[in-house]
Design a binder for this molecule. Structure first.
Ligand SMILES: [Cu+2]
Length: 130
């Protein structure tokens, strides 16, 4: 009889834990790990995330050039929609952010690094590092 009660308690605890884990899924940034950049500092080049009537948002300018070791700073200007700055190769990820946020990435390897906003498919840009 006691063992049966213990089993019920254990099952109840498992249900509570499951419900608790699931509730974190309501956050818009659930499962997103900000990586590859800093929220402080100043970039060699600055890209603004501006509102755009046709594409919701745009990277302005959409293409910038830096030397190896230099930085790019993204400034969230659009108060109408949240955006992300996400490298296609996964090397940096800002997660979803709103106006006033900034993200600074240092580029240590030459290449044409393409990035996008995960929310708006039309929002794409690249950083040419050379
Ligand atoms: Cu966007």
């Amino acid at each position: 009889m006691i063992a049966w009660k213990m089993a019920l308690v254990a099952a109840g605890s498992a249900l509570v834990l499951t419900a608790c884990g699931g509730s974190s899924g309501t956050s818009s940034n659930s499962g997103c790990n900000q990586t590859g950049g800093s929220t402080s500092g100043t970039g060699t080049q600055v890209v603004k995330l501006n509102p755009d009537p046709n594409t919701v948002g745009r990277f302005d300018p959409s293409s910038v050039n830096v030397k190896v070791g230099e930085t790019v700073e993204w400034d969230w200007m659009d108060s109408a929609a949240p955006h992300t700055v996400t490298a296609d190769d996964g090397s940096f990820e800002s997660c979803t952010q709103n106006a006033g946020f900034k993200f600074v990435v240092t580029f240590s390897k030459a290449g044409d690094i393409k990035y996008h906003c995960t929310i708006h498919a039309q929002m794409v840009g690249d950083v040419k590092v050379g």
